[in-house]
Write a protein that binds this ligand. Structure first.
Ligand code: HOZ
Length: 430
């Protein structure tokens, strides 16, 4: 028995499913999860001494690779001054200034401790601001695990094939209206039916929780114009895409301005941070300035704020986005070529440094087409890669992330391994 297996046995006695977040349990791919001992740059190392080229990147935050010296130093220095005050600290203002500078649609911002808190709070704000109850979300988009947002969700909810979750009162989701991603007419139909009842449309502007799915041309502009005419708010969930595709996020890349934006992951440099922000008139409704309540003991935590400032300074100061996009493009084309040689049907979706390989012909443009992927083949591919030293997301409906710590040689090694893995799984089919 490996050390990881022994730890997982112990964990299963103590933690539901042996984990603290479902997708990590490897249920979608089978087998038992590896336990990470440490990570550095583009690599994670398990407790059994194996190193892996890592494309999980802690599900997105590690855009500069693991344990970046400047981020680690910022955390160390902050920790020496105390780990939490429950009172205002300068770093909150400093991080807020950086966020507002990077994303022009965010005029004012509130820090929280996770992406789930950010989306949940943004929705409450949208409902309070508009005085309306209904929200529109898209099938396969995942906005954290708040009750109203679990309907037809992606990520772990999709992975475990559960339609929502027991424990969510029917009344809570009754006001959640669903539409297929990239289906403008379906959203128009919802607005035709519910026009002045809809508080907000929440969307991942580039989806990352059904695998990587890009918006079709005109889709987000359509959402912008529908919400504008109906007096509803447009909320971009940029927990994954914020600071990932460029400093200004997907909204900067695609040129669409939402009313509110939710952030997380990269924002905290690997520490637990989320944020929601946007139009000044809307944010003015948040307590204590306005009546819409939201609070948190660890919100604006000095360590997390310091890590976030260090991360954003590095992203401003270094040439990050062009090089990682080039590496990811090389990975994308290499995977396509490898699949063609192995005669494995593969559809590779990529936006910037976010990439998903679906085992179907594609195109993958929404949750229905994502689900057409052969997840058994993904599971085999995942394990064939892992055995050879490449760590991909342990579930089909997630994104692989390339970081600035990956080298050309890492990508070439990954592709050599992918060629072997794809021939291995092609042989199983025959
Ligand atoms: N919801 C995350 C992926 N989109 C997974 C979180 C985790 O397991 O860390």
């Amino acid at each position: 028995m490996t050390r990881s297996e022994a730890l997982f046995d112990r964990a299963c006695q103590l933690l539901p499913g042996g984990v603290n977040s479902p997708v990590r349990a490897f249920k979608a791919v089978g087998g038992s999860p590896i336990f990470i001992d440490h990570a550095k740059g583009a690599r994670v190392f398990d407790v059994d001494g194996h190193g892996y080229i890592d494309y999980l990147g802690s599900w997105g935050p590690m855009i500069l690779g693991h344990a970046h010296p400047s981020v680690v130093e910022a955390i160390r220095q902050a920790a020496e001054r105390g780990t939490s005050y429950g009172a205002p600290c300068p770093a909150e203002v400093e991080l807020a200034e950086r966020v507002v500078r990077a994303m022009p649609s965010i005029e004012r911002v509130r820090f929280v401790s996770s992406g789930t808190e950010a989306t949940m709070s943004a929705l409450r704000l949208a409902r309070g601001f508009t005085g309306r109850d209904k929200i529109v979300k898209f099938e396969g988009c995942y906005h954290g695990h708040a009750d109203a947002l679990l309907a037809a969700a992606g990520s772990g909810v999709a992975t475990l094939a559960i339609p929502g979750s027991p424990g969510v009162p029917a009344g809570t989701v009754a006001d959640t209206l669903l539409a297929p991603y990239n289906d403008g007419p379906a959203v128009s139909a919802l607005f035709d039916r519910h026009d002045r009842e809809i508080a907000a449309v929440i969307v991942e502007p580039i989806a990352g929780n059904m695998g990587c799915v890009a918006p079709l041309p005109g889709f987000l502009a359509h959402l912008r114009s529908l919400t504008h005419s109906a007096g509803a708010l447009l909320i971009f969930d940029e927990v994954i895409t914020g600071f990932r595709l460029e400093l200004g996020g997907a909204q900067g890349l695609l040129g669409i301005t939402p009313d509110l934006t939710c952030l997380g992951k990269i924002l905290g440099g690997g520490l637990p941070v989320g944020a929601y922000g946007g139009r000044a008139d809307v944010m003015a409704q948040v307590a204590p300035e306005g009546p819409i309540y939201q609070a948190g003991t660890l919100s604006g935590n000095p360590l997390a704020m310091a890590a976030g400032c260090a991360m954003l300074d590095l992203l401003v100061g270094e040439d990050v986005y062009g090089p990682i996009e080039a590496l990811a493009a090389r990975l994308e084309s290499g995977l396509r070529e490898a699949a063609a040689v192995a005669r494995v049907t593969l559809c590779v979706n990529r936006v910037g440094s976010m990439l998903t390989a679906f085992f179907c012909a594609g195109p993958v443009v929404d949750f229905a087409t994502a689900r057409a992927s052969d997840t058994t083949r993904y599971a085999r591919f995942f394990h064939a890669m892992l055995r050879r030293g490449v760590y991909l997301p342990p579930a089909q409906f997630e994104v692989a992330f390339v970081s600035a710590a990956h080298s050309q040689a890492d990508i070439d090694t990954t592709l050599a391994i992918a060629r072997e893995a794809l021939s291995e799984i092609a042989a199983i089919q025959r």
